[in-house]
Design a protein. Structure first.
Length: 190
C-alpha cells in the first residue's frame, strides 16, 4: 500500500539515506546550517525523526525531549533500516486518519512535518559534509504547504528561526529554506 505521505517519503528518504551513509567520522564535529547542531547532533536528530515518526504513524505518544546518541556501531546501515520502517508505517492508510494524541495535530500535518524535516535537514547535512543534494521538485509544493500553515507555530516553538530575506536567484527551494530561518547561501567556515 501507499499513501500521499509515503509517496513523498519515497522521494526524500533515499537521498537522505545516501547522505547519512556518506558522512565520514572526521566530519561529526563540523558545523551545519542549523546553528544548534553539529553534524553528530544532526544525525542523532535524524535518527530521532525516523524512529519517533514510526510511533506517530500508529498514534503512540513519543518523547521529543531526549535525543539519545544513535551513532553506535553500524549506525549508517541502521539509519537505512529505521528510515525504511518509517516509510512502511506511513504506507498504511490509517496513519493519516485523525489527530495525534501526543501532538494534537492532524496526522497528515505531522506527516508533512516529517517530510519537511527530512528535506531541510538533508540540505543541512549535505552542506555540512560537502555532499551533493538535489531536492525532488515534487517535494516543493508539500514543503511550501507545511511552511505556510505551520511556519509561525514552528518559529514560536523554536524549530525555525526568523525568515531570511533572499533574492529570486535562490529559487523556490532557497525561498523555502529562508522561511525556516536558514541562509540558502550558507557555506562552512574555512
Amino acid at each position: 500500500m501507499s499513501t500521499e505521505i509515503s509517496d513523498l517519503l519515497v522521494r526524500v528518504v533515499p537521498g537522505v539515506t545516501v547522505l547519512v551513509a556518506g558522512v565520514r567520522d572526521e566530519q561529526l564535529g563540523h558545523a551545519t546550517p542549523c546553528a544548534e547542531f553539529r553534524v553528530r547532533d544532526l544525525l542523532n536528530h535524524l535518527f530521532q525523526v525516523v524512529r519517533n515518526f514510526q510511533s506517530v504513524a500508529v498514534r503512540r505518544e513519543v518523547d521529543w525531549s531526549v535525543t539519545p546518541d544513535a551513532l553506535t556501531p553500524g549506525w549508517r546501515d541502521g539509519f537505512a533500516v529505521e528510515a525504511g520502517r518509517m516509510v512502511a508505517a506511513w504506507s498504511q492508510p490509517q496513519a493519516l486518519e485523525g489527530v495525534s494524541p501526543g501532538m494534537g495535530l492532524p496526522q497528515r500535518t505531522l506527516g508533512l512535518m516529517m517530510v519537511v524535516d527530512l528535506v531541510v535537514h538533508g540540505w543541512d547535512l549535505a552542506l555540512a559534509t560537502g555532499q551533493p543534494y538535489e531536492v525532488d521538485p515534487a517535494l516543493l509544493p508539500p514543503t511550501a504547504e507545511f511552511l505556510d500553515s505551520m511556519g509561525d507555530m514552528g518559529r514560536k516553538m523554536g524549530a525555525f528561526g526568523p525568515p531570511v530575506v533572499v533574492g529570486a536567484e535562490q529559487g523556490r527551494f532557497g525561498a523555502l529554506l529562508a522561511l525556516t530561518g536558514r541562509d540558502p547561501s550558507w557555506v562552512p567556515a574555512g
